[in-house]
Design a protein around this ligand. Structure first.
Ligand SMILES: [Mg+2]
Length: 254
């Protein structure tokens, strides 16, 4: 895995440090990323993208693609293609990729350990739950079913609901607006540096999980204030976590 990612050229970055706003109270809402955070899908997305690029005559290494999973197609395509190519066949490639992913790989997606139980705990503690994802609305609906959390989610925002996916803050900002919660009363949970960048730009503190395959240095560099192996680990150490209003500095071994 590479070091801290470079922002996409031209991306406007207003870096509002969320840690300065964190007041140690239990959050009113927890905003979850889905791919790589609640479901085990990052490798499947990378494979679908690799096959989509190949379909359009572009051989791009799997490992290079994998570092970009967590962005939506609108942000991933310009990372690998020139503006001319994006304009010429980007939309067609992304549409093919989406259909290919849903047909070949989406049925293989499984929840990460104790993902549903983690969301249940958030609800039991009195906070609301938002989903803020770079995936498409059709995939989001399948994930909610796979996770069995349809009755536990208060707002769900996908890439289809905004103009710009992560690492832009739009999905987080729209989710906060739907819930009527200010950024400093929210905590985000995500697996990729793009979650931490996007949430940070929205003024939201981010807790990282390593189960999406991004390494701990990369997540810390993007702004994650605490790291856990996966939802099960976060649930096991919930009481000392930012989800319970506790500051959890970097843990040994993570
Ligand atoms: Mg993710």
């Amino acid at each position: 895995m590479s070091t801290t990612p470079t922002p996409r050229p031209g991306a406007p970055l207003a870096d509002r440090r969320p840690s300065a706003q964190f007041n140690g109270a239990m959050p009113d809402v927890v905003l979850f990323d889905i791919d790589g955070t609640l479901v085990d899908s990052v490798d499947l997305h990378a494979q679908a993208w690799k096959e989509a690029f190949a379909r359009f005559g572009r051989e791009i290494p799997y490992d290079a693609i994998r570092t970009q999973i967590g962005k939506g197609g609108d942000q991933l395509l310009p990372w690998f293609l020139s503006p001319t190519d994006v304009a010429g066949y980007g939309a067609e490639l992304d549409a093919w990729r989406g259909e290919h992913y849903r047909r070949e790989y989406l049925p293989l997606v499984r929840p990460l350990p104790r993902a549903r139980q983690l969301i249940q705990r958030v609800r039991r503690d009195g906070a609301r739950v938002g989903l803020a994802t770079s995936c498409e609305r059709r995939e989001l609906a399948v994930y909610v079913g796979v996770l069995g959390v349809g009755d536990l989610v208060d707002a769900a925002i996908s890439a289809d609901d905004v103009d710009r996916s992560k690492p832009f803050p739009d999905v987080f900002l729209l989710c906060l607006a739907r819930l009527g919660v200010p950024a400093h009363r929210a905590v985000a949970v995500g697996d990729s540096p793009y979650d931490a960048e996007a949430a940070g730009r929205a003024g939201v503190l981010t807790v990282g999980v390593l189960c999406g395959g991004f390494d701990s240095d990369e997540l810390r560099g993007a702004g994650c204030v605490a790291l856990y192996h996966d939802p099960s680990d976060l649930l096991a150490r919930y009481d000392g976590s930012p989800l319970a209003g506790e500051w959890a500095p970097a843990q040994p071994g993570l």
